[in-house]
Design a protein around this ligand. Structure first.
Ligand code: PXP
Length: 241
């Protein structure tokens, strides 16, 4: 059966813009972004509470989990303090992601072998509280298999390498994505994808077998600037008439 693919809107970079002014401005409101994303057809909101709190803050997690009219997908590191935060706020999904302090963005997938016992234990804790869990991994059969053994409800494939590669290499990475998606579905997990997806890659990723959800942030926030600047300037002009 062919399912509709859900769109998760990652609003981390809305918070990035707010944090640039040290959280002193009344704008932009993350809750307003939820509302507008819902009107645009989003199925969920994705946020990443990073250890260095460079964008999403603890109070955002509390507010969004309590008030969002769309389900929240909370991305966190494989860490018991972060899991406690999730258990307190009850997002619909938790997505475990690797985290390095100095990285510009999440640069690759999790190595499930390295964190196997811990991720398995933390996944069970979350699932016992009714929270579904996905693992952000590279499209590798080994990572898919270990994710199933650790109890993931879903695997989200890091699409960054596919987006950035060209020619023969792009085809090769695509084939890995297809094989990994088929294997993940066969093992009973939902297939998600995300990272670096722009309009053109979003149009192509829908060909991935068994794909149920994409999570998109950076490009969407950039497109929102291009689509919105004219209107915002017009409104500002009216203020200084
Ligand atoms: N999915 C996961 C698990 C992520 O960590 C991120 C952000 O790094 C995204 C999706 C969205 O990526 P982007 O902002 O490049 O669209």
């Amino acid at each position: 059966m062919k399912h509709k693919i859900s769109l998760g809107v990652n609003i981390d970079h809305v918070a990035t813009l707010r944090q640039v002014r040290g959280n002193t401005t009344a704008y932009p409101s993350l809750l307003e972004m939820v509302q507008l994303s819902k009107q645009g057809g989003a199925s969920q909101i994705t946020i990443h509470l990073r250890e260095d709190r460079r964008h999403i803050q603890d109070h955002d997690v509390v507010q969004l989990c309590a008030k969002s009219k769309l389900p929240i997908n909370l991305e966190i590191a494989v860490d018991s303090k972060m899991v406690n935060m999730a258990l307190k706020n009850k997002p619909h999904w938790v997505c475990f992601v690797p985290e390095k302090r100095q990285e510009l963005t999440t640069e690759g997938g999790l190595d499930i072998e390295r964190c196997f016992q811990q991720i398995k234990k933390l996944t069970l804790r979350l699932q016992s509280a009714g929270i579904k869990v996905s693992f952000f991994i590279e499209p590798s059969l080994k990572q898919v298999e270990l994710s199933a053994l650790a109890g993931a409800d879903a695997i989200e494939f890091h699409t960054g390498q596919w987006v950035l590669s060209q020619g023969v290499q792009k085809k090769k990475v695509w084939n890995h994505l297809v094989e990994a998606a088929q294997w993940g579905h066969h093992l009973g997990m939902r297939v998600h994808a995300g990272h670096g997806l722009d309009y053109s890659h979003a149009k192509s990723i829908v060909k991935l077998p068994h794909l149920r959800e994409v999570n998109i942030g950076h490009s969407l926030i950039c497109y929102a600037l291009t689509d919105g600047i004219k209107l915002a300037v017009q409104k500002m002009r009216r203020q200084i008439r």
